[in-house]
Design a protein around this ligand. Structure first.
Ligand code: M6R
Length: 368
């Protein structure tokens, strides 16, 4: 069943080009427009939505954080992202004009399910993004967008995350389309870019050797930091989560701009710090991240930088550089996360951990 791989997780990392392609399949018509028939929500209703609230847990929550940037940019609808376990306990402001989007690989997460029930009691419409046909969460939602990742067995979510990102992008672009937003050309370009993602993910897998060697070099690290800005920030959070759950190493993700507000005190000689550098085009943002790298390097940190393959400036600031295929800012998380997944999987393997069944964790968390 593992088809020659040592772990389901590694197999699932390698399945991402196909999982992303399958999630995109059949969602574009011959005119290059998005079709999300399964949504069964009228364009009129979607045009009336005045707020989006994304609710999820763990990795799915981080996919939601990325989605917020994309959805707000494309639709100009305010979008909040909330941990499902917090949502219903804070008396959230939702009404029939609120669109609640839940994200869950398993479709059985109790916290997320309870959040859905609460949202529907307030008459909000709920769209579930889910990987498991007929699970409780899609059954209790008004509509569902299925990711087509295939079964995810490893406790650590990998292809679940990347296909959730794709589904969120599709939803955001679809909302922009039905609301007649002015980003016509941008939408077409993004859809074309998404179509190129399976090949870009395959390229990252083919070029994995550097990441595997890095895991060998860092296997005795006791703490690892991850930094990013904008959509690179949730990537940093997800990279840290993967390392915590698999390698049992202290790992934290920070918004790079927050460094000077506290976390820089953690930086010491040889501390490994992963930094996600945004692609060119967002130069203000990119310049800031590059100066963040210089700040931590000056304090002796070991900088591992993920950036555009042709970004010589980012490369020059890196002790180890992980080149990413060229892509636009909002889509970069889809690629940037793969080396981090592979790094955590490899490091945990080297430490002799059970990668598919990390201690204290369950694949679906069906208790609140
Ligand atoms: O099945 P779900 O997507 O609802 O699960 C949510 C989280 O429990 C899950 O993503 C968890 O954080 C994973 N262990 C992350 O790798």
């Amino acid at each position: 069943q593992k088809q020659g791989f040592d772990w389901f997780m590694r197999k699932e990392i390698f399945e991402q080009p196909k999982a992303v392609a399958d999630t995109l399949l059949g969602r574009l018509n011959e005119r290059g427009e998005l079709v999300l028939d399964e949504l069964r929500m009228s364009p009129e209703l979607l045009r009336r939505v005045n707020k989006i609230v994304i609710v999820a847990c763990g990795t799915a929550f981080y996919a939601g954080l990325v989605a917020k940037y994309a959805i707000e940019h494309w639709t100009r609808i305010p979008c909040e992202v909330e941990l499902a376990s917090e949502f219903r306990y804070r008396d959230p402001i939702i009404d029939p004009m609120t669109l609640v989007v839940t994200i869950s690989q398993s479709g059985e997460t109790a916290d997320t399910l309870m959040a859905i029930r609460h949202a529907r009691e307030q008459q909000a419409k709920v769209i579930a993004i889910c990987n498991t046909n007929g699970a409780t969460i899609p059954r209790e939602s008004d509509a569902v967008i299925y990711t087509h990742a295939g079964p995810e067995i490893g406790v650590a979510s990998t292809k679940g995350f990347t296909t959730q990102l794709v589904a969120c992008y599709l939803l955001g672009l679809y909302l922009a389309q039905v609301r007649g937003m002015k980003y016509g050309d941008e939408i077409a370009a993004l859809l074309a870019e998404l179509e190129r993602m399976p090949a870009a993910l395959q390229q990252l897998l083919d070029e994995r050797q550097g990441v595997l060697e890095l895991a060998e070099q860092l296997k005795d690290a006791t703490s690892v930091l991850f930094l990013g800005r904008h959509v690179g920030y949730p990537v940093a959070l997800e990279g840290a989560l993967k390392l915590k759950e698999l390698a049992y190493i202290h790992a934290e993700g920070f918004a790079a701009g927050e460094l000077k507000h506290g976390p820089i005190a953690l930086v010491s000689q040889d501390l490994p710090i992963f930094v996600v550098v945004p692609p060119r085009g967002r130069d203000q943002l990119r310049d800031k991240v590059i100066s963040n790298i210089a700040e931590v390097r000056a304090r002796g940190a070991k900088t591992i930088v993920l950036g555009d393959a042709d970004d010589d400036q980012a490369r020059a600031h890196a002790e180890v550089f992980i080149p990413l295929p060229k892509v636009s800012t909002l889509v970069q998380p889809l690629l940037a996360i793969l080396p981090l997944q592979l790094f955590a999987c490899e490091l945990a393997t080297l430490k002799g951990h059970d990668v598919d069944q990390p201690r204290n964790l369950a694949k679906s968390v069906t208790v609140e």
